[in-house]
Design a protein around this ligand. Structure first.
Ligand code: AMP
Ligand code: ZN
Length: 451
């Protein structure tokens, strides 16, 4: 556990530099992250952003803060409306399975649940309130097709993303209803909110008019976050967000992974190929969140291999008997090797979430232990790893120490054979059978393990 003196530095896009994190209220953090638009399954690019946000939240908690984490669900959107229309469904029925899939995905990759997941469709009155206020202040105006934000009335427009002059445009905060499109009642007549308005309304409702951290992928910096700042500060007259933290993209062959380019993979695709979802998490941690990361199957396989090494290590430590060697408490004392490693780990993670360095520390401890086993209490090292895992979230505490009997191993082998032949039906059947017998199968790129 980090102490209150730990200095956490984070890159703030508002000033484009790393800054010491100082919350508005002592010991507490209000943290808003832009969530999924539920018109399709999340791709692993989206998941990269959610993993980075999870690491940020875990790091804040590791540093001793109480974090209120809010992530919105965008359930009103052009793509949802278009998708629902072609599926001949109403938008709620159309988006429901994607919402469920999103929660399933984030659970599989050990993303801690947010405090609240507000949905746009449930916050129309809050959005109307902001629109009204902006109209009253004459920062917004009526046009033929809705209500627009007048950027010339907001002096600091462009401060966050510094967009080119040609990209600085008035934008819709409310769209008048069109025939055949879903709409909501409002004092301005039926219509629907502009995309940016939902995040202003929901973040301020749950975290207050001024809060600490707003996160998302870098593509959201402009226009989304810029326009959120304009609407929110325009309406309240208060500073909206103290730190804007944005994660870089996941690429495929050098191009951003995105639905429109048709170069996406989902967690389902990875699982179908036999990967453990946590291998994806490990892969994401192996790159710094502000660097682009090019996805390849080889890199995923390598990540899974490293993760398996880590699991094997933890399994070994778990099976060793407790000894009289120093426990975790004494492991924190100077002179005992994990103590130094704890500090390097904290230094890395508190330095703008340097997860690659943090993972390097984990592997360094592992290697050191293997070299000097007799010097260290297995339990102390294990507890050190559990402590690291509060940030990394790789599921180390769940690694099983049981040794499977031969019958179980035979079934596992049989299943592996089926997978290799592409007989996933049989593989799934055996997985279920093993589960009933109390053994959870963990698929890796190369083989299957029991955990
Ligand atoms: P969306 O569901 O499109 O609203 O996106 C959800 C989140 O995923 C946003 O924070 C985006 O910035 C982020 N995102 C979209 N594409 C990528 C990508 N290729 N790599 C990383 N993050 C992405
Ligand atoms: Zn948003």
């Amino acid at each position: 556990m980090a102490n209150s003196k730990s200095v956490l530095k984070i890159y703030n896009f508002l000033r484009r530099r790393k800054e010491v994190f100082r919350p508005i209220k002592r010991g507490r953090v209000g943290f808003y992250a832009c969530g999924p638009t539920v018109y399709n399954y999340a791709h692993i690019g989206n998941l990269r952003t959610y993993i980075f946000e999870d690491i940020l939240r875990r790091t804040l908690e590791y540093a001793g803060y109480r974090v209120k984490h809010v992530m919105n669900i965008t359930d009103i959107d052009d793509k949802i409306i278009a998708g629902a229309r072609s599926a001949k469904k109403n938008i709620d029925d159309f988006s429901a399975p994607y919402k469920t899939a999103f929660f399933g995905d984030v659970k599989k990759i050990n993303i801690l649940p947010a405090w609240k997941y507000p949905e746009a469709s449930g916050h129309i009155p809050e959005m109307v309130k902001i629109a009204k206020r902006l109209l009253q202040k004459k920062i917004a105006y009526f046009a033929k097709d809705g209500i627009y934000f007048d950027i010339s009335k907001f002096k600091s427009y462009g401060r966050l993303a510094n967009p080119k002059p040609g990209n600085r445009k008035n934008f819709a905060i409310w769209k008048r209803a069109k025939k055949s499109e879903p709409s909501w009642k409002s004092p301005f007549g039926p219509g629907r909110p502009g995309w940016h308005l939902e995040c202003s309304a929901m973040s301020m409702k749950y975290l207050g008019a001024g809060f600490d951290i707003h996160a998302g992928g870098v593509d959201l910096l402009f226009p989304h976050h810029e326009n959120e700042v304009a609407q929110s500060e325009g309406a309240t007259g208060k500073k909206f967000v103290k730190y804007f933290v944005e994660g870089e993209h996941l690429l495929v062959n050098g191009k951003k992974m995105s639905k429109s380019l048709g170069n996406i993979f989902t967690l389902r695709d990875l699982e179908r190929r036999g990967f453990n979802p946590l291998a994806l998490r490990y892969l994401m941690l192996s790159a710094h969140y502000r660097s682009q990361l090019n996805f390849t199957w080889e890199s995923l396989r390598a990540a899974e291999h490293s993760l398996e090494r880590l699991y094997e290590f933890v399994r070994t430590l778990k099976t060793l008997p407790r000894s009289s060697k120093p426990g975790f408490k004494s492991a924190q004392k100077p002179g005992f090797f994990p103590r130094g490693k704890v500090l390097t780990f904290q230094k890395a993670i508190f330095n703008d979430l340097n997860t690659p360095k943090a993972l390097a520390v984990v592997h360094a401890v592992m290697n050191e232990y293997y070299k000097n086993k007799e010097k260290f209490a297995a339990r102390a090292v294990l507890e050190l790893f559990y402590d690291f895992d509060r940030v990394l979230g790789l599921g180390l505490a769940g690694v099983s120490q049981k040794h499977p009997p031969p019958g179980i191993l035979k079934l596992l082998k049989e299943r592996e054979g089926a997978r290799k032949l592409g007989d996933f039906k049989k593989a799934d059947k055996i997985r279920e059978k093993l589960k009933k017998m109390g053994w959870q199968v963990n698929d890796t790129g190369q083989d299957s393990r029991l955990v």
